[in-house]
Design a protein around this ligand. Structure first.
Ligand code: 13P
Length: 448
């Protein structure tokens, strides 16, 4: 019997006996109602109370009986301590308690209204391909110049609360000898870090499927990344829509959940990114089905690993048709499919959903985000784009020092457009977009 209910019965017994069934204190009245509502059984005085009832023939005795009854029901200090310990054990923060406050602060800063994330965490190989596309050789020095151009864009922090860096950049200095991390922080940008070490063939999966490496030494690496200044992290794995194996889904979910829990224990907010690949001939409905299957598995795994959802960010792809399907859909359709899927599988405890662009043009990615923010959502819905933030900026920069100021103006304009889209206020009619912003950037089998 619950303590509360037992206590009510004892008081009722004492009071009824003393006042000839006429005395009911205000407390007794309300507690009686509680008992009637929750436990509608006929009153039988418990044996410990019945002796008190018989002896209680005056109001003073009633008071004594009441006090005794309370004393019996009140949890002792050891019980209290146990209850507190149980509450703490179930609050979910035990694996990262010393970082709790900071994790929540980081999440809050990254999900302020109008804010998103600049993804600039391409591996040296992929960054090199992007640079080579504008005639710039892939050297460490050229990657350094390009990345300090991005991070040094004045006022970028007003629209991008964070930037995801590649390891090289996290430990790198600018050409003036300043740490890139400090350049970001001075500009109001929280440094984040890509921590997966890339995709490899999934043995036991279907032909062409991958899994993501990087868990073995993740605790040591994330501890070091935290000391270096990173406060959030990213892990990207992929699942294709058609013909994926159950193993690919469960492996993706397992890796993401274990990564997320390790990151939280090291003080880094994990961005969870299972990318549902755009590659293929699938319809938007098939994409939605895979999206829900994968994300459900991810949250189940997160629960298994004790990931604290208040301190994660998600990075999904948008629900859309396959790149080789020959179909095209408008932003309203992308938004309604994507939001339906998110609402079905993502708990509202998650603070933010920061989309990847997946090869969409800059304008397309902004329009889709804008469409998703036309009415309130349970989460902050925003951007964590790489290609769809960098394309026009890169083309404007083209590796020339004299273009840096113009390139930074392009980045700021793109970030501002996405910031408006986060607030649902992007207006393409007045946006004055460059021709390059309409260029699709889809590459089959794109790797980071
Ligand atoms: P894109 O926006 O180019 O798809 O990049 C996604 C990503 O995961 C970068 O961190």
């Amino acid at each position: 019997m619950p303590v509360y209910s037992k206590m009510n019965r004892v008081i009722l017994g004492a009071g009824a006996c003393a006042a000839g069934h006429a005395f009911v204190s205000p407390f007794m009245h309300s507690s009686l109602q509680v008992q009637q509502a929750s436990d509608p059984v006929e009153y039988k005085p418990p044996s410990s109370a019945s002796g008190i009832s018989i002896a209680a023939t005056s109001v003073g005795m009633v008071a004594l009986a009441t006090r005794l009854a309370f004393r019996g029901a009140r949890p002792r200090s050891s019980q209290k301590a146990q209850m507190q310990a149980e509450t703490q054990a179930f609050d979910g923060w035990s694996h990262c308690r010393q970082h709790k406050t900071e994790l929540l602060e980081t999440v809050k800063a990254l999900t302020m209204p109008g804010k998103g994330i600049l993804a600039m965490d391409e591996s040296s190989g992929t960054c090199g391909l992007r640079l080579q596309s504008v005639g710039v050789e892939n050297t460490e020095e050229n990657r350094q110049k390009w990345r300090q151009t991005l991070l040094g864009t004045k006022d970028l922090g007003k629209h991008c609360g964070g930037a995801i860096l590649f390891t090289e950049t996290l430990y790198q200095k600018t050409t003036d000898g300043k740490l890139m991390v400090d350049l970001a922080k001075e500009n109001g940008i929280i440094p984040g870090i890509k921590v997966d070490t890339g995709l490899v063939a999934l043995v036991g999966g279907k032909e062409g499927e991958n899994w993501c490496r990087g868990l073995d030494d993740l605790k040591e690496r994330t501890t070091d990344f935290y000391v270096t200044g990173a406060r959030f992290a990213k892990w990207r794995t992929t699942v294709r829509v058609k013909d994926h194996s159950a193993l690919a889904v469960s492996e993706a979910a397992h890796g993401l959940a274990q990564y997320a829990s390790i990151c939280q224990s090291s003080g880094l907010v994990p961005i969870i990114e299972p990318e549902i690949l755009l590659d293929g001939e699938h319809s938007i409905d098939e994409c939605a089905e895979t999206f829900e299957e994968v994300w459900s598995a991810v949250f189940k795994a997160c629960a298994d690993f004790g990931v604290q959802l208040e301190a994660v960010l998600l990075k999904p792809s948008m629900v859309t048709h396959g790149a080789q399907s020959g179909q095209s859909v408008d932003p309203t359709t992308v938004a309604s499919y994507t939001l339906r899927a998110l609402n079905r599988v993502v708990p509202p405890a998650v603070p933010g959903i920061m989309f990847l662009s997946g090869g969409q043009s800059e304008i397309e990615a902004t329009l889709n985000l804008n469409a998703m923010n036309q009415k309130p959502n349970p989460w902050h819905i925003s951007f964590s784009y790489a290609r769809a933030l960098q394309n026009t900026t890169l083309k404007t920069y083209a590796g020339k020092d004299e273009n840096i100021v113009a390139a930074q103006a392009k980045l700021l304009a793109r970030a501002m457009a996405n910031s408006k889209a986060q607030l649902g206020k992007y207006d393409p009619a007045t946006a004055d977009e460059d021709a390059t912003a309409a260029e699709g950037m889809y590459v089959k089998g794109y790797t980071y």
